[in-house]
Design a protein around this ligand. Sequence first.
Ligand SMILES: [Zn+2]
Length: 434
Amino acid sequence: MSDVLILNGRLVDPASGVDAARDLLLRGGRIAAVEVPGGFKGVKVAETIDAAGMVVAPGLVDVHVHLREPGQTYKESIATGTAAAAAGGFTSVVAMPNTVPVNDSVAGLEWMLDATRGACVKLFAMPAATFGSMGEEITDFHELRRAGAVGFTDDGKPVLHDRVMREALVAAAGIGVPVSQHAEDTRLTGGCSMNAGPVAFRLGLRGMTVEAEARIVERDIRLLRDIERHDGLRPHLHVQHVSTAKAMDLIRGAKAEGLHVTCEVAPHHFTLTDEAIGDYDSNAKMNPPLRNDADRLAMIAGLMDGTVDCIATDHAPHALFEKEQEFERAPNGITGLETALGLALRVLHKGHGMTLRRVMELMSAQPAGIVSLEGRGTLKVGSFADVVVFDPVAEWSFEAKRSRSKSRNTPFDGAPMLGRVAFTLSEGRVVFKG
Ligand SMILES: [Zn+2]
């Protein structure tokens, strides 16, 4: 592996508290040294990246992606999904277990993480919390953790039964990893394909209420409290893709109480509302659904005030023929890896005055912390040379047809973006060049 110098950039590394002009030397896949500009004069390397006018930041970390392999590689593969990640500035992604078959065994997990799958950025995985994600019997957390699991989830579905969720939280607490919950009380959402409200009425569709999300978050918080009191453990609940003001308030309260709750918000939930569905556009269909503007603003408030720990894409590729069905039949989900940074910078940084440092914290340091990725999410000396170099003022439009993903299901085709990735480096190797 050859040495790389990244010169003349503005280093934004929230974990080490640096936001200043710095040069970086990458050696052996690690950050070898960080110096003030000019500090590496005379150092000979194989490759030099001129980052003048650019931000140099820790490679982005996404704790919520669907890479569709094994079983549905017509939608995406580990190779294409991680290529899309690299194009979006991501250097670590956590694959969800709702593959075919469900990732609920050590053999399945090892197969997924094997180098021959061709991941071009660092791939991590959260196996299923219950066998087949059926919500009945928890998987072997110890063995799966030993094989590399960074958490457990039945994403796509909630762990509905109180007893099973309690068991999962206790088992995960014993090994220091989170249980990631898709908060949806499916007993309230049968037959629903979008958010409940005036838009659903106009379209004649059944809508999911905010209570369906809030009820699971409320129940899970109750379980955390109960386990802390009675089992002497400190379980970690991670609430996935929060979409409602009501759930956000519950999480804010649980954090104030001192419980170990973290949560993520997806870019589409702070950018769009259910109005984006327009005339039954299935590229605006995902679960949880796009909500109303008060909920959207509540996501931004949570991102600004620290209630939200990270931005996660919920990258969920689907083939054109699947999304071209009538709205109610079309599958949930949109691609998101290549639009996350551009939307975060446009909506949060430019639109709402969030500092670049806070954006980077939400997209690198904090998501890395949630799943305890050692040596990632920071550019401190000694950490992995996972780096994104981007132009923070470049304005551009996302073109779905140029996506590295196999799928094109996005409501952001043609949408304005702010900030363009110039280089993504994974452990010192350039894996994307803009
Ligand atoms: Zn989900």
